[in-house]
Design a protein around this ligand. Structure first.
Ligand SMILES: [Zn+2]
Length: 146
């Protein structure tokens, strides 16, 4: 990936942690696993170092989330299948192209998602899919796997 090899291309102009107003220094890469709908492997993530606070800043690609090995699209496919379409946990992991993934991981994503969604959200109020029973959109984490 030539764009990734060029440290200047996405170099932050300031430190997001201490707000030092000087460009960060290239600090190599680290490797992390990533699971996407058509990919399961290791990616390189560029890292920068702040000379003021000596902390590193990683340049995660848009499709990756901090501390989660599954991509944004896999998690989104799962959440839409489970919360919007009212699918079971087992069929939602298939919809997310992860048929061998333990469904407990999906429950974890649902809990995280619901903790971050505002109470007025259409997901929690069950307005997104009026044809689905309200309880299935309200309490998927508490339901069985069916
Ligand atoms: Zn800093």
């Amino acid at each position: 990936m030539p764009a990734l090899a060029d440290a200047d291309r996405y170099r932050p102009a300031h430190c997001p942690q201490c707000q030092a107003q000087q460009p960060l220094r290239g600090h190599g890469f680290y490797r992390r696993t990533l699971v996407d709908t058509g990919f399961d492997g290791v990616i390189r993530v560029r890292r920068y170092l702040c000379r003021d606070c000596q902390r590193t800043v990683s340049l995660l690609p848009q499709f990756a989330l901090p501390y989660l090995c599954f991509s944004v699209s896999v998690i989104a496919l799962f959440l839409v299948a489970r919360l919007r379409e009212g699918r079971t946990l087992r069929t939602a992991v298939v919809a997310a192209a992860q048929p061998h993934m333990p469904y407990q991981r999906g429950r974890f994503w649902i809990r995280r998602f619901q903790q971050q969604v505002k109470p007025t959200s259409s997901f929690q109020e069950g307005r997104v899919s009026p044809n689905q029973p309200r309880a299935s959109t309200l309490r998927p984490a508490a339901s069985s796997t069916r």
